[in-house]
Design a protein around this ligand. Structure first.
Ligand code: FUB
Length: 350
């Protein structure tokens, strides 16, 4: 697996040139899903730990056990850690690997959506509910019915409908679900079951949620990303195709589907006219960061747009010990996003 290449750069130089500082340094955090609730910023990240699991292409070293909620009054203010909001031991259906979560608010209740492996080693997506944005969150007894894979991101549309985008390939198991049933063959291979390079790429999934936000209201469908000729991106188009880390927001009445390209380490985006797409590939949001993964969220706060993201600079390159950050994001007059270089002139190559 290619690692983001920083052989030519020292960590001292990277830290000096970084466009933003880590938000929290007493614990490691990643995959920041940021939301504005009551004019305050709440961040729902993964809580990275070193559980002693060896690095592999299935992501076994991402052995997280709980979630903390982080809040900030503004993007420039101190980030406050509100402590454990949910622990895997309190989730009846989940066994391990509490990966990237998201949250939503509805009618004064707060919903935490999270992936974890169940007792059969299959990633499912669960929901937990709280009266406060910081938790504690009480989990449902079972995962969302017929849920699978990882990285839920919940988008609330202007008409009050909530949609869940999700999915991730390799360790995220999306490639194992192509027939609608989990394909358990070659359990140790993250590459088995992937389409060939010249076939359409695997897509993230989207489903509207039920009114109580606890289940899918419909069968999840593909989030198709089209190239400049109107053709679906191919699996071999690794600089542009979907890998994991869906995030959707609306800008000037257009829907922005944003995501990570995984093994090529970009955050990219594609633009559509409705929550289901198709979305037309539009470019890169964030160039590679230190560490293998890249994962983000985008919010508007007081009329400005912000990208929350992570890197492994605090841990000096340890893939599974990441730290969340925030920087400004700009759209030009055509709605296109200016690509962000996380270390200015210093480039971490893919
Ligand atoms: O944090 C574990 C996994 O790494 C996430 O679910 C992926 O998006 C990647 O960031």
């Amino acid at each position: 697996m290619p690692e983001a290449n920083i052989d030519h750069i020292s960590f001292a130089d990277l830290k000096k040139n970084a466009i933003s500082k880590v938000l929290i340094s007493h614990i490691y955090t990643a995959d920041p899903s940021a939301h504005v609730f009551q004019n305050k910023i709440y961040i729902y990240p993964s809580h990275d730990i070193d559980a002693g699991e060896a690095f592999d292409d299935l992501g076994s070293h991402f052995a997280m056990e709980d979630y903390h909620v982080i809040s900030m009054d503004t993007p420039g203010s101190e980030a406050i850690d509100h402590g454990i909001a949910l622990h895997v031991n309190d989730v009846p259906w989940a066994e391990k690997q509490m990966w990237a979560p998201d949250a939503a608010e509805k009618d004064g209740k707060y919903f935490l959506f999270f992936p974890a492996k169940d007792h059969e080693g299959i990633f499912r997506i669960g929901v937990a509910i709280a009266d406060s944005p910081t938790g504690p969150f009480k989990p449902q007894a079972s995962a969302i019915k017929d849920s699978f894979s990882i990285d839920p991101a919940v988008f609330k549309d202007d008409d009050g409908s909530y949609y869940m985008y999700f999915g991730g390939i390799w360790g995220g198991q999306l490639q194992r679900w192509q027939t609608g049933k989990f394909n358990a063959a070659n359990p140790q291979s993250p590459f088995a079951h992937l389409p060939a390079d010249n076939e359409p790429a695997l897509c993230a999934k989207v489903a509207k949620l039920t009114d109580d936000l606890l289940q899918f209201a419909e069968k999840p469908v593909d989030v198709v990303i089209l190239d400049e000729n109107g053709n679906a991106l191919l699996q071999g188009d690794t600089n542009r195709r979907f890998f994991e880390a869906s995030w959707v927001y609306k800008y000037n009445d257009k829907y922005y589907f944003t995501y990570s390209t995984g093994d090529t380490h970009f955050i990219c985006y594609a633009i559509g006219d409705n929550p289901y797409g198709p979305f037309k590939y539009a470019g890169r949001i964030l160039n590679p960061v230190v560490g293998w993964t890249t994962h983000h969220s985008i919010i508007e706060f007081n009329g400005e747009w912000y990208l929350f993201y992570h890197d492994s600079s605090l841990s000096e390159g340890i893939t599974h010990l990441r730290s969340i950050k925030v920087t400004k994001l700009t759209h030009d007059k055509n709605g296109l996003i200016k690509t962000i270089d996380p270390y200015g002139e210093l480039k971490v190559s893919e």
